[in-house]
Design a protein around this ligand. Structure first.
Ligand code: IVH
Length: 788
């Protein structure tokens, strides 16, 4: 066989395997091979297609994402109009629908009393699209538009992974127009919005808007990054033959690789339809996507033809809607609640309204930035939304309904609970040795434990099961204890007397004794539990465990410098500063002192002891210098300093000439200036000393890298990443021993390509290199126990 013949065969085989894996992954949700295998096959196909460009076909799995943006969408006329559906909102309209169907059919006398067979499908909340397959190949995708003319979104629908670029199997009509809904899962929507919010982009009010906004992008590369999905529910123009019931047709579409609803069912008569409606209704909030009702269709196609259409709606189908998830109501007031860490959060008080069967009168507003983002004023008419068990949210205001007496929402100057001053939090960002302070979204009551609200929450957290685990102390009791000034800090819990407890509401002899025992039994917590129980902002159970495991004594945790804490797994600088300032606070020191003092509370922490090898997190001098964030000094320059001077002291003391030998003038100057400031030099030495005290291993560069999994591999990052900055991605790769380079070459081991990746990605595919999208990259990091 010639080269081209065998390659052609391999290409065809790879395409069919990839199509199958793609289908299993995106349509059936049951992949049979790991992602790495898929990636390998994909890369092999890419390489062969690069070798034989004339063999590339538009339906090849490598061709999903186009590379140019359109100026406008072309208009497409629908051969068969895309109609809408009549709605039913109650059972009586469903019986009425059934009567109309029976009346419209010329039923034989023996069928007169038989039930009509209906198909039942969830009504997905997305947007309708038409997919045109000619000879099994997807040639056009169009939106519904006004039903007669829509927009050509071919390039965009091609990026939707569950839409096959060519039909599987055989026997399809030569022309087949599939109709269905493009939608976004609830999880995909949340992810997209979080990403958009982080990057200051537009957020979407609901999954439907997100799906529509994502599909109608002129640049298909943007659509490709959006988590869109597709579900077929019907057909348009057809040349060729198809079965003659709706369900059989959909099942055929499924055989040809198109996704259909998992909940597609046949029902005999309206009662079975109603049972189906109730069943789906009960499962509505646990479905992974949003639905706004159920669509019932007369299953027999001959019957459908007989019934025909009325105006723009088929007589043979109806949408039985669920109660809406969104309703309009009025914002009566905004009140402020004080949380455990003192955060003062706005809560919307709403004119009660029934949303999806539940009366809603409050909605969370998160913080003042959210109030600002919404442009909210008291008196506004707002759209509230309740999806599943999620706390109701205000999605939007209806601006043109704003009354003339609408009032601005103002953050109180003093705490509504204790009257202490309310301060706006500062966000301190440190990068390249510089600190920039900006205003945070959160306001805090400065009252700490003197604030009743914070004290109550702090105690509730302190005694909770995963913290000190004191059973028998409910929220109500804690409130009473605080309100009656029986306790003013967690330490006071250990001073409670039987006589005080028995006087509390709901307590009698036995329960009081039980509580005393529970309090007594909590006196020997593990270090991790104790740290967690303190309620340090941003320190959850996991971080508490990391601190306990790595530092092995409360004293070390208390003393640790923020920079030192950042050497611990998963502790970033923000959290490190929270921890540090918590222990610096004199009031906190007093409470901790009282808890641990044998004369007062007598707590004894377990498992404190010697440093374990675990924190012996290693660094190199280069890595250490890099982390000092000396202005204009990156990892490369830091390494050069390390190589040249061999120790921090050496660098601090280095004279100008020596420094110039190691670095270009500008960087050398920056380093000198940095360490000429005695505060910086002292601080750097203190960090180094503490790291040594805490058992940090200082390793020589080679040794560290050699043992690491990506040692000797060069990676390239291109495009924008959604879940982390490129700097962070680089850090993570370097921590695995990889080198991160700026350009792609044959020596590149792997390329991570985010949206907007251009020439580097193209070059990587040309070279047949391994390319990971962000999701795969995150999975790769996870495999090495690195989280994002
Ligand atoms: S059938 C002539 N089936 O609902 C019949 N529509 O209000 C046309 N939709 O534009 C539609 N799920 O976007 C049908 N299982 C389903 C559906 C469904 C969602 C949407 C579709 C259509 C709108 C009609």
């Amino acid at each position: 066989m010639s080269d081209i013949e065998s390659d052609t065969q391999r290409i065809l085989q790879l395409r069919s395997e990839l199509r199958e894996h793609n289908h299993r992954y995106y349509v059936l949700d049951e992949p049979t091979v790991p992602d790495s295998e898929y990636d390998r096959l994909f890369r092999e196909l890419k390489a062969l297609e690069a070798k034989w460009p004339t063999l590339v076909t538009s339906d090849s799995p490598t061709q999903r994402v186009g590379s140019t943006a359109l100026a406008t969408f072309r208009q497409v006329r629908h051969e068969v109009s895309m109609l809408s559906l009549g709605n039913a909102f109650d059972e009586s309209s469903m019986f009425e629908f059934d009567r109309r169907v029976r009346g419209g059919l010329d039923l034989d006398s023996d069928l007169l009393f038989e039930d009509i067979e209906y198909s039942c499908e969830p009504k997905l909340d997305g947007l309708a699209v038409s997919l045109l397959y000619k000879n099994g190949v997807l040639v056009q995708g169009a939106t519904r538009g006004d039903g007669a003319t829509g927009e050509d979104v071919t390039l965009n629908v091609r990026t939707v992974r569950s839409i096959p670029l060519s039909l599987h199997g055989a026997g399809w009509p030569s022309v087949l127009e599939v109709r269905g809904e493009v939608f976004m899962s609830k999880a995909g929507f949340e992810r997209l919005n979080a990403f958009q919010a982080e990057g200051g982009g537009k957020t979407f009010a609901n999954p439907r808007n997100a799906a529509a906004g994502s599909l109608r992008q002129l640049d298909p590369r943007i659509t490709a990054t959006r988590p869109l999905d597709f579900c077929s529910y019907g057909i348009g123009q057809v040349q060729g033959s198809l079965p003659d019931t709706h369900v059989d047709i959909l099942e055929k579409l499924q055989e040809w690789g198109l996704p259909i609803s998992r909940d597609l069912k046949r029902a005999k008569g309206i009662d079975e339809c109603l049972a189906y409606y109730r069943d789906i209704g009960e499962r509505r909030s646990s479905l992974s996507y949003e639905i706004d009702g159920v669509v019932f269709k007369v299953n027999s196609l001959p019957s459908q033809r007989e019934l025909g259409f009325r105006a723009r709606e088929p007589r043979w189908a109806i949408a039985y809607k669920f109660p809406a998830l969104e309703e309009l109501t009025e914002l009566i007031d905004v009140e402020f609640q004080v949380g455990r860490t003192g955060a003062v959060t706005p809560v919307a008080r709403l004119k009660p309204v029934r949303v999806a069967g539940v009366i809603v009168s409050n909605a969370t507003l998160h913080n003042m930035d959210e109030v600002e983002r919404l442009g909210l004023m008291i008196g506004d008419t707002v759209i509230v939304r309740r999806a599943g068990d999620v706390i109701p949210q205000i999605m939007q205001i209806v601006k043109d309904r704003r009354p003339s007496n609408a009032r601005a929402v103002q953050i109180p100057e003093s705490c509504p609970v204790c009257g202490s001053h309310v301060e706006r939090t500062q966000l301190v960002k440190r990068s390249k040795g510089k600190e920039t302070v900006s205003e945070g979204a959160v306001y805090r009551c400065v009252g700490r434990l003197a604030c009743g609200a914070q004290l109550k929450q702090a105690i509730i957290h302190f005694v909770s099961r995963r913290a000190m685990d004191i059973d028998g102390l409910g929220d109500k009791t804690i409130e009473q204890l605080v309100d009656e000034k029986l306790i003013g800090s967690p330490a006071d819990l250990y001073k409670l007397k039987y006589e005080q407890i028995i006087d509390l509401e709901g307590f009698a002899d036995i329960s009081s004794k039980k509580l005393i025992t529970a309090i007594e039994n909590s006196k020997t917590p593990t270090l991790a539990r104790f740290i967690y129980a303190l309620g340090i902002p941003d320190v959850g159970e996991e971080t508490a465990k990391v601190l306990a495991r790595s530092l092995a004594s409360l004293e070390r945790v208390q003393k640790a410098l923020p920079e030192v804490l950042t050497y611990l797994p998963d502790v970033g600088l923000e959290v490190a500063h929270e921890i540090h300032s918590f222990f610096e606070d004199s009031h906190n020191q007093d409470v901790i002192g009282a808890l641990l003092s044998p004369d007062e509370c007598g707590l004894q922490l377990q498992d404190q002891g010697e440093l374990s090898a675990e924190f012996a997190a290693s660094t190199t001098l280069g890595g250490f210098l890099d982390k000092l964030h000396v202005p204009s000094v990156g990892p490369g320059a830091a390494q050069k300093l390390a190589d040249k001077f061999g120790s921090l002291e050496g660098v601090i003391k280095a004279d100008w000439l020596d420094m110039r030998q190691a670095l270009p003038e500008k960087q050398a100057k920056a380093v000198r200036e940095f360490f000429d400031n005695p505060d910086n030099a002292r601080h750097a030495l203190a960090i180094e000393q503490q790291l040594r005290d805490f058992g940090m291993h200082w390793q020589s560069e080679k040794k560290v890298v050699e043992g690491l999994p990506e040692a000797g591999h060069t990676w390239v990052l291109t495009g924008s990443l959604e879940l982390m900055s490129r700097d962070v991605a680089k850090d993570k790769l370097e921590s695995l021993g990889a080198k991160v380079a700026g350009s792609v070459s044959a020596k590149t081991h792997c390329v991570v390509a985010g949206p907007g990746a251009g020439s580097k990605l193209a070059k990587a595919s040309e070279l047949g290199l391994k390319v990971l999208d962000e999701e795969a990259f995150v999975a790769f990091l996870a495999k090495h126990n690195i989280s994002v």
